[in-house]
Every structure is written in structure tokens, then in C-alpha cells.
Ligand binder design. Sequence first.
Ligand code: FES
Length: 86
Amino acid sequence: MVEVKICVGSSCHLKGAPEVVEKFKSLIKEKELEDTINLKASFCQNNCTAGVNITIDGTKISNVSGNEVEKIIDQKILGEIVNENT
Ligand code: FES
């Protein structure tokens, strides 16, 4: 299970965190990743100027926008799982 934490602090909220959350939710459903991705919200990750911030298993990714979510899932999350299994 990969833990994804999306910052929903006020600065990231203004920069589009709700859209990032929605995108994750719909792609998790679409790609049937309910058992792979554990989606959580976090408070401010102390990097507001580079929001939206998310962490994937503790690794920070900054400047995330809704239209990048699919790329992040494919490359960072599914890519990592493939690597772990080889
Ligand atoms: S509000 Fe997201 S890092 Fe501060």
C-alpha cells in the first residue's frame, strides 16, 4: 500500500488541492487502485510557496496540479511498485 498525503492547508487549498484530491479519487477508481493507494489529507507541509504539496510514502512532490496527477500515479506510484517487484 502506497500512502499518498495531499496537503489541504489553506495555501495549498487555494492553489488547487481540492482538484488534486478529486483527480486522485477518480483515477484510483478508474484504475482500480483502491488496494494500492491509501489516500489521505494532511495539514500544512511547511512548503506553502511550492503548493500543492503531496507526499508519496514520505517523499515530497511539490507544485502538483490536477492535470499532473495521472502522470504521478503512473510514474511515481505504479512505477515504484513495478520496481519493488522486480
Ligand atoms: S498549506 Fe500546503 S504546504 Fe502549507
